[in-house]
Design a protein around this ligand. Sequence first.
Ligand code: ATP
Length: 255
Amino acid sequence: MIEFNHLQKVYDSTVALRDLSLTIPNGKIFGFLGHNGAGKSTTLKSLVSVIEPTSGTITVDGDNLVDHRLAIKKRIGYVPDSPDIFLELTANDYWDLIASAYQIPADLRKKRQAELSELFDMAAHADSPIGDFSHGMRQKAIVIGALLPDPDIWVLDEPMTGLDPQAIYDLKQLMKKHAAKGKTVIFSTHVLATAQELCDDLAILRHGNLIYNGSVDQLLNTMPNATLETIYLKMAGRAADQQTVNELEGSSRND
Ligand SMILES: Nc1ncnc2c1ncn2[C@@H]1O[C@H](COP(=O)(O)OP(=O)(O)OP(=O)(O)O)[C@@H](O)[C@H]1O
């Protein structure tokens, strides 16, 4: 179980996260929704130790991230919001780097790399530099890297961006399979149909504030016949209805 307790992040003069407290159960697919700049990446980057929150704590199965940083990092596979990293390395060099950092046994790495490269049509590109790849191919190389250690917690920041329909389908299947094994999948997305299809639980952020945390079913039940898109826009959109937010916040607290 992952717990964010009163997390706050201030960048210079921008408050990106305000007093974020929520719990992510193990074995679930958990989605972060919110407009551009709402604080989704900031939350995910805090969890994977790319940035340091200004205040508040994160615990993973009761262990404080600050005190158990390396052990927790080794349990997490991360797909960042931009795949434009390690452009000089070949895909294989990048996967080597991950295999060595996570101390993945050679035979397991070989097996997983073969399966994932095959699935994402990347086997023929393993020895090409990431910088020569299209956006979608870079994204696939990063996704493969993040899954090589078969992490307990898989964190993906807008992972479907730039992927072709087949790769999106395959990635969604992998996310479902990962959670079905009892592992935790946490992702951010702007695609509400994907969130509705995949997520057990959701957090909706607006200007760094948590405005909903609970199950997708519970949210959908609040407005019979409405889609997640309709409800989301009512809560977080341009004409956000404060009364709806208050009612849903109340119902998620009383859950
Ligand atoms: N390195 C940074 N320096 C200064 N401000 C930042 C930095 N990173 C993010 N911010 C600000 O923090 C706020 C939250 O940004 P964040 O990237 O977490 O949003 P997001 O919900 O992931 O948005 P998007 O959907 O556009 O990716 C925004 O106002 C953003 O401008």
